[in-house]
Design a protein around this ligand. Structure first.
Ligand code: UD1
Length: 364
């Protein structure tokens, strides 16, 4: 019998992972997928544009929860998604990554004894100061089938007592998206739109509360970026949280006066095109650490830890503090050249492995 599956998406980083899986689920006769959108993110630039680019179509179910505190947002999703589950009773749900929608929907389904599958399971920053780490820990405990991207994921799950039978290493699904979109990314002329010469600029993205919500830290980072601008042009597609914080401390005009190029958040193809022609990326995102590693572009991550250590051991990523900012940039400018790396199961075939795993799970 055809199995009904809910695929849950809520925030921007879910969409690069949901795209290829939704496509594979739709192509497989054994499964009938419905796309559930919690509405955690809602702006066109933060969300809608990605759904369109990945050809996902309109969501089948929309919870429209919007922004709020963590407790407010998580509880709204839990409550609204429970109502949906009581009516629909799917055979399983798939949750992705580590956002509030992930843990909220996993909890709603788990309490109703509906199997939960977690895509991108097992990642750990070992830093409970990050809201995402709490979401990862809880979602993995609730999940019935855990799809990991890398061996460290398996190790964390086993160490937390999750039986090996529930763990399936499928690989990095975001790379499926990158592989399939690469021809479009390469044809895109977004860097021309910004009037940029390849390899002469850096791309900055910052949005973690630990970097942008604390004025002392944010001021220090802005000082560093202003100092960097004359030697390496800074292009910064800005997250709404960050924009609001910079406006609040009154420094937006100063950044623009110093030549830093600030834009709205960009869609996937425009953003990846900008990144792929850049000299280096400075970020605090999770996914960008992986994308730059696959593309072979030096990446400086402004965080004390990462849940994606493989990007350091095998990729192009380096963790830095604001104090190490200028010396790390200098080192890259003097030494680092692009180096393509090959990481196991970063091959564009993760969605295929997810479908095979799902068939084993249901024994169909
Ligand atoms: C969320 C995820 C984070 C992910 C990030 C990517 C959690 C705990 N965090 O953080 O893991 O890396 O998304 O963007 O789930 N806002 C808009 N438009 C939108 C969405 C948000 O203006 O479409 C504003 C909100 O009003 C809020 C701010 O952006 O002021 C932050 O949004 P929020 O969803 O709370 O968390 P993110 O920081 O985006």
């Amino acid at each position: 019998m055809v199995k009904s599956i809910h695929l849950i998406v809520g925030a921007r980083p879910n969409l690069m992972k949901a795209g290829p899986l939704l496509k594979s689920l739709r192509e497989c006769d054994d499964f009938s997928p419905l796309l559930v959108d919690t509405g955690q993110h809602y702006d066109h630039e933060m969300y809608g544009i990605f759904m369109a680019e990945f050809g996902m179509g309109a969501p089948d179910i929309q919870l429209k929860v919007g922004s709020g505190s963590h407790g407010e947002q998580t509880s709204k999703i839990l409550y609204k998604y429970e109502q949906v589950l009581l009516e629909q009773k799917p055979d399983a749900i798939i949750v992705i990554g580590d956002v509030n929608s992930t843990v909220a929907c996993a909890l709603a389904a788990s309490k109703l004894h509906i199997p939960v599958i977690h895509l991108e399971a097992g990642l750990r920053s070992h830093d409970r100061g990050m809201p995402e780490e709490i979401n990862r820990l809880l979602t993995d405990q609730l999940a019935d089938l855990l799809w990991t991207p890398s061996p460290d994921g398996d190790e964390h799950l086993l160490a937390s007592g999750i039986p090996i039978e529930r763990i399936d290493r499928v690989g990095n699904i975001m790379i499926d998206t990158l592989v399939s979109m690469l021809p479009t990314i390469e044809k895109n002329s977004n860097s021309q739109h910004f009037k940029l010469t390849p390899m002469t600029y850096s791309v900055v993205t910052l949005h973690r509360p630990s970097n942008v919500d604390v004025p002392v830290v944010l001021n220090q980072l802005l000082d560093e970026l202003i100092q960097l601008e004359p030697s390496l042009h800074v292009v910064w597609p800005m997250h709404p949280r960050t924009r609001a914080r910079i406006i609040a401390i009154g420094r937006m005009d100063e950044l623009i006066e110093h030549g830093i190029e600030i834009s709205q958040p960009l869609g996937y193809v425009d953003f990846m095109s900008l990144v792929s022609n850049s000299r280096m990326v400075i970020t605090d995102s999770g996914g960008i650490q992986e994308e730059t590693s696959w593309l072979g572009i030096p990446c400086l991550t402004l965080r004390p830890n990462t849940e994606r250590p493989i990007t350091i051991t095998e990729g192009t990523n380096r963790l830095i503090t604001p104090e190490l900012f200028s010396v790390s940039v200098k080192q890259i400018l003097e030494n680092d050249i692009r180096k393509k790396v090959k990481i196991d199961l970063w091959d564009g075939k993760t969605a295929e492995r997810c479908i095979a795993s799902l068939k084993r799970f249901f024994a169909v």
